[in-house]
Ligand binder design. Structure first.
Ligand SMILES: Nc1ncnc2c1ncn2[C@@H]1O[C@H](COP(=O)(O)OP(=O)(O)OP(=O)(O)O)[C@@H](O)[C@H]1O
Ligand SMILES: [Mg+2]
Length: 269
């Protein structure tokens, strides 16, 4: 299937205002005394793909990680400001971080399947979250997640093989299946295609099209064509600040800021 044949079945009319799934207000992130993110405010919409773009080191990954508190794992990192998921402050002491990361899943740059079977890679999350009461239910979750990740046909006869024995592109789809299996609301992807060849990349982009509508998706990418193809909203970061955020078509055809224009036309980055 080529990209142009992808049918996007979205529950939201293209022009209808989307509800904000996540909101960030005045977010600063420090590593020790060094500030990596400066006063960023942004909304992440349901049923939309949001692309984060900008030169290396501008803070895309740092900001992405604030959205599911992955920065908690970096001892020098400190996050201030207000970040909400469905209106709830995700940095409040009442927030269960394990639960948060199930609701806001993450797919990393380098595919990182567990050194376990394909089946177990997908079943692990639902098991620790108690999502399947019986083995049959778990089989259904595993099959459904692999189908939605576009991997089922390739692995259905080898579910007990190790996840690490798959190709890079298959491993990345397995990681997406693993993220989907716990029924998240938001999926964060940090350069999910940068280690993949063009065919595997096209599969992931197709998948993002298909997943859109079920989840709010945020994708970091260095590939401008990819941002233009997969996203409806684009955020341009530069030196830790959010320079411009808007409809992808606007950002790419009619950016307001000269820094955005210089970046998307390849004048620096
Ligand atoms: N764990 C860390 N400890 C200290 N500084 C860090 C850490 N992670 C990132 N930084 C710094 O924060 C800034 C932003 O880094 P970040 O990785 O968020 O950028 P990026 O936009 O994702 O870059 P790239 O496109 O290269 O992935 C950089 O100056 C980086 O050196
Ligand atoms: Mg990064």
């Amino acid at each position: 299937m080529t990209m142009t044949q992808v049918h996007i079945d979205t529950p939201v009319q293209p022009d209808a205002p989307a509800p904000h799934k996540m909101t960030a207000r005045n977010v600063d992130v420090f590593y020790g005394s060094k500030q990596a993110i400066k006063d960023v405010s942004i909304d992440v919409d349901m049923d939309r793909v949001t692309a984060f773009i900008g030169p290396s080191g501008c803070g895309k990954s740092t900001f992405l990680r604030t959205l599911n508190r992955m920065n908690d794992t970096v001892s020098s990192a400190r996050v201030t400001g207000d970040i909400r998921l469905d209106g709830d402050d995700i940095y409040s002491p009442q927030m269960d971080v394990v639960q948060l990361r199930a609701r806001v899943g993450m797919v990393f740059q380098k595919p990182n399947p567990f050194p376990k079977s394909i089946y177990e890679n997908v079943a692990y999350g639902p098991r620790i979250h108690g999502l399947a009461a019986a083995r049959g239910e778990m089989d259904e979750i595993v099959e459904g997640s692999l189908k939605r990740a576009g991997l089922w046909e390739e692995v259905k006869d080898r579910l007990s093989d190790s996840g690490t024995a798959l190709s890079g592109g298959q491993q990345q789809r397995l990681c997406i299946a693993r993220a989907i299996a716990v029924d998240p609301e938001v999926i964060l992807m940090d350069e999910p295609c940068s280690a993949l060849d063009p065919i595997a990349t096209a599969k992931i982009e197709e998948l993002i099209h298909e997943l859109r509508g079920r989840y709010a998706i945020v994708i970091v990418t260095h590939n401008m064509q990819q941002a233009a193809r997969v996203s409806q909203r684009t955020a341009f970061f530069h030196l830790g600040t959010l320079v411009e955020y808007g409809e992808t078509s606007e950002i790419f055809t009619n950016p307001r800021e000269v820094r955005t224009k210089d970046y998307i036309t390849g004048r620096y980055g």
